[in-house]
Design a protein around this ligand. Structure first.
Ligand code: SF4
Length: 476
């Protein structure tokens, strides 16, 4: 009997973790259609690029990637080049006109349509541009998602779209208004993932704090979290993209309680001066922002905060920027991302004229990162001597003899890592390590000094009654 080799497919996923989930749905679709995933584009009969279209640099990266991969169609095995995601959702007509080498375009909510595209041949044709209406799609746990990275830490998308109107952001115009998944659907997915070995769930959406407000009957993030915390095998639950509005007491209490909900918040503040927050249409002022940070620090003393800021928005003065640096010093955030303002069509800011010179934007971005680097370093140094739980990721890129992992205050891919020494562990294990060194963004943890090390005396001795474990327990 002669075996027919499977058809082959290669994916490139650009942009954020939400896009990555979408790519994994397309990976599931291709798997069901009998395609084998290949790591090299030169081996693929079909190549799919899932694009990002958020800001200028992301758009350029998407176009460069498409052009680069179109070479494999001209010279290699590739017979079909498919472009999906935000860029084609945002500019379907322009891309179809300017990129004749692309066979099919799918939008940001057309992942399931990949099946039709894969089945097309000379006898079965479908339209070239299959960009649909995002409002008609919400991811469901029954969609054929196939994980592309390890099983132990997984992103779960709890809503699509965004109903806010921040002046600089084009996302609502092409991803549509917020559509939340049902609580039961999210819980079902998390149960299934954890039964298969997932220990860390990272909840994502465009605007996580607004989860459930669009549902009928209306629900909220705290309700979803309480249901997820019941999933037995789940060890760490992490929240991303919380708009910095007044947090309700329920949510703060859940964070303060410790346990599975890790003391970590990703909360994009975007700016700090009243004038800029108003121009950006953020709906809160500098005073409220500081009160929120103070309230969180008081209620959850071991909280790690990640945030993002935009520098160079039209009208930003030196004084506004000085206020931004001042907020960084006040808030002492753990992780910060800085974005250079991108003038986007279809946004309110895109029609503003008081543009900031590129050189000044660069200077401000560098000054912001310099200030933050010193703060991050100080916060990491303060961890030396503490015992922390570390989720082991696997071998370090630097050496096969070194393990790498993350403590609860480090999110996958975006924050630093903990290099683990003096011990062995499997990917997906959560182990205790004592922090011995700190660099600018990374830490070193000694597994042999962790209280669960089997070679350490009294390592696994039961704790006295009434001792409540916390995620970043200080034992020194
Ligand atoms: S909340 Fe985020 S995604 Fe929504 S409009 Fe504002 S910046 Fe854009």
């Amino acid at each position: 009997m002669t075996l027919v080799p499977p058809k082959t497919i290669h994916f490139v996923s650009l942009g954020c973790s939400k896009n990555r989930v979408d790519t994994e749905v397309m990976l599931g679709v291709s798997d069901l259609a009998g395609y084998a995933l290949v790591a090299e584009p030169s081996d693929a009969e079909v190549i799919v690029v899932n694009t990002c279209g958020f800001v200028e640099s992301a758009k350029q990266e998407s176009i460069d990637t498409i052009l680069e991969l179109s070479d494999f169609k001209a010279k290699g095995r590739c017979k079909k080049l498919v472009v999906a995601g935000c860029l084609s959702q945002r500019y379907p007509d322009a891309l179809a006109r300017d990129l004749p080498e692309v066979d099919h375009f799918l939008g940001s909510s057309d992942m399931l349509k990949l099946e039709t595209v894969l089945r097309t041949d000379a006898a079965h044709k479908v339209e070239r541009v299959l960009v649909g209406n995002p409002a008609e799609y919400v991811y469901k746990q029954s969609d054929p998602r196939k994980l592309s990275a390890g099983q132990h830490s997984v992103y779960v998308k709890i809503a699509e779209g965004c109903s806010r109107s921040c002046s600089f952001c084009a996302i609502p115009s092409f991803r549509g208004k917020q559509r939340s998944r049902q609580v039961a659907d999210v819980v079902h997915e998390v149960q299934r993932l954890c039964a298969a070995g997932t220990v860390e769930i990272n909840l994502i959406s465009q605007d996580t704090i607004s989860y459930g407000r669009d549902l009928e009957p209306r629900t909220n993030l705290a309700t979803l979290l309480r249901a997820l915390l019941e999933v037995k095998e789940l060890r760490w639950l992490r929240l991303f993209y919380l708009y910095p509005e007044k947090l309700d007491d329920e949510l703060v209490e859940l964070l303060a309680a410790g346990g599975k909900l890790v003391p970590y918040l990703d909360m994009p503040f975007q700016h700090a001066s009243d004038r800029m927050l108003k121009l950006m249409r953020r709906g809160y002022n500098a005073k409220r922002q500081r009160e929120l940070i103070e309230r969180l620090r008081l209620a959850v003393p071991n909280l790690f905060i990640r945030s993002a800021f935009i520098v160079g928005h039209p009208g930003e003065t030196d004084a506004d920027f000085a206020e931004l640096l001042d907020l960084l010093r006040f808030a002492e955030l753990d992780h910060v991302g800085v974005f250079r303002y991108s003038h986007e069509d279809g946004t309110h800011s895109g029609s503003m004229e008081d543009l900031i010179d590129d050189k000044i934007i660069d200077q401000r971005a560098n000054a912001l990162m310099k200030t933050q680097r010193a703060i991050s370093k100080k916060r990491l140094r303060a961890m030396i001597g503490r015992e922390v739980e570390v989720l082991v990721e696997g071998e370090s890129d630097e050496s096969e003899h070194l393990l790498v992992g993350r403590h609860a205050g480090q999110a996958p891919e975006v924050d630093g890592t903990v290099h683990l020494i003096n011990g062995s562990a499997q990917p997906g294990e959560i182990r205790k390590a004592r922090i011995t060194h700190a660099a600018d963004y990374d830490l070193v943890g000694d597994l042999s000094l962790g209280t669960d090390d089997p070679l350490r005396p009294n390592a696994n001795k039961p704790k006295p009654k009434g001792t409540k474990g916390t995620r970043l327990r200080v034992v020194s």
